[in-house]
Write a protein that binds this ligand. Structure first.
Ligand SMILES: Cc1cc2nc3c(=O)[nH]c(=O)nc-3n(C[C@H](O)[C@H](O)[C@H](O)COP(=O)(O)OP(=O)(O)OC[C@H]3O[C@@H](n4cnc5c(N)ncnc54)[C@H](O)[C@@H]3O)c2cc1C
Length: 360
């Protein structure tokens, strides 16, 4: 249930392992757009697609392991999904500007502690020579050679192609209810009811419905509440294109805001973090000014497009929610700020649960 990036990626992987998969989501009725649009208020279509797996402050724990696993799986995913009809590439590197002397010290230590991970600290004198001028924070930066981004709309288009290639059955409708079916001594089965009145009986259910997940769980007696956190993204037209862009990384991250070149003289800037579902114009304005660190060429840029989407943040639980709630009922949701990054590791986790259950 759910055909955002996590649900589509998981369905594709399950089908590749030989499972018969049915994917349900009303959004399957519409093709993936060429550019993000406001009407698509799910996480995946609004996303920036930043993959920040290696430049992560922790070096242990579940979040770290999931990031590492996803970064290891991404190259093979892109190789398999890349096709002339749905071209796909990993764009690298990512550069994170240090916001303070303390952060610079932390990033420097991180890069030194992980030799061979593609992390390198760059001191400020090198940054000052950048053309066009980068935001001048003044404390240096960390380069992560293997982090970067994947274009989320291209990824979704490639995954949709993968669904067709793997003969995955698609229901372009929402699921309104899940029911347990009693099947005597045999393994429990599940009935899914959709808005158009269709009923389908299945062996296992995987819920990847982000903010829609809890509603599906409630009538089964499970509670996994999530809060919406809105993100705004701006696409800017650079009116006085400065300098050579050859040294600009795939992603330049400054105070948590990402600057991403996107086509000739266009730049994506995002994303805001706004609790709730209503976009605040003031938050977008502060972001465009990069908290008053924007170089002149960025200040002079004009707004070409603007969109927003909702992230699903688990309440009182760490993101993401990867749980077997009862035999045959899997939850893979609540990815909050990292659903694109964590899609391959999420799909792998679901596949492992299903394969293990079949063997036991
Ligand atoms: C502005 C913005 C920028 C972001 N940038 C990044 C980034 O750079 N890197 C990164 O890794 N992540 C980023 N994220 C987060 C990322 O986009 C999300 O974590 C990810 O898209 C979640 O994917 P998903 O498939 O779980 O959910 P979604 O993409 O939200 O999809 C959930 C789907 O479930 C469907 N659904 C809901 N209820 C039902 C139901 N009852 N029956 C059937 N279907 C249902 C919905 O229609 C929807 O299509 C960003 C998010 C936003 C908003």
């Amino acid at each position: 249930m759910g055909a955002g990036v996590t649900g589509t990626g998981t369905a594709w992987q399950l089908a590749k392992l030989g499972h018969s998969v049915l994917l349900a989501d009303p959004s399957l009725a519409t093709p993936i757009p060429d550019t993000p649009a406001d009407r698509h208020l799910n996480g995946s279509t609004a996303s920036l697609g930043v993959l920040m797996g290696h430049a992560f402050r922790r070096s242990s724990g579940r979040a770290w392991r999931l990031r590492q696993r996803s970064m290891a799986l991404w190259p093979a995913w892109v190789e398999q999904l890349n096709h002339p009809e749905s071209p796909l590439a990993l764009e690298t590197p990512l550069i994170q500007l240090a916001g303070s002397a303390e952060e610079a010290q932390r990033l420097n230590q991180l890069a030194s502690a992980r030799p061979g991970s593609g992390l390198q600290f760059i001191d400020n004198t090198r940054l000052q020579k950048a053309d066009p001028a980068w935001p001048q924070v003044g404390h240096g930066a960390m380069l992560s050679e293997r982090d970067g981004r994947i274009d989320p709309l291209r990824l979704l288009k490639a995954l949709r192609r993968g669904l067709t290639e793997q003969n995955i059955a698609c229901l372009a409708t929402a699921v309104v209810e899940l029911q347990r079916l009693n099947s005597g001594n045999r393994q429990r089965r599940w009935r899914i009811k959709t808005t158009d009145g269709t009923c389908e009986d299945v062996d296992r259910v995987v819920i990847c419905s982000a903010l829609g997940s809890n509603e599906l769980l409630q009538n089964l007696g499970h509670q996994r509440p999530m809060a919406p956190v809105l993100g705004q993204v701006l696409e800017l037209q650079l009116n006085n294109p400065p300098g050579q862009w050859t040294a600009w990384p795939a992603v330049l991250s400054c105070s948590g805001i990402n600057l991403i070149p996107h086509g000739p003289n266009r730049l994506w800037i995002g994303a805001t973090l706004e609790p709730g579902t209503t976009a605040d114009p003031a938050a977008a304005d502060t972001m465009k000014r990069l908290n008053d660190l924007a170089p002149t060429w960025l200040e002079e840029a004009t707004l070409a497009e603007q969109w927003s989407g909702l992230r699903a943040r688990p309440i009182e639980r760490p993101a993401p929610l990867l749980e077997e709630l009862e035999p045959g009922l899997l939850l893979a949701s609540g990815h909050y700020r990292n659903g694109v990054l964590l899609t391959p590791a999420t799909a792998e986790w679901v596949c492992e649960q299903i394969e293990n259950a079949q063997m036991s």
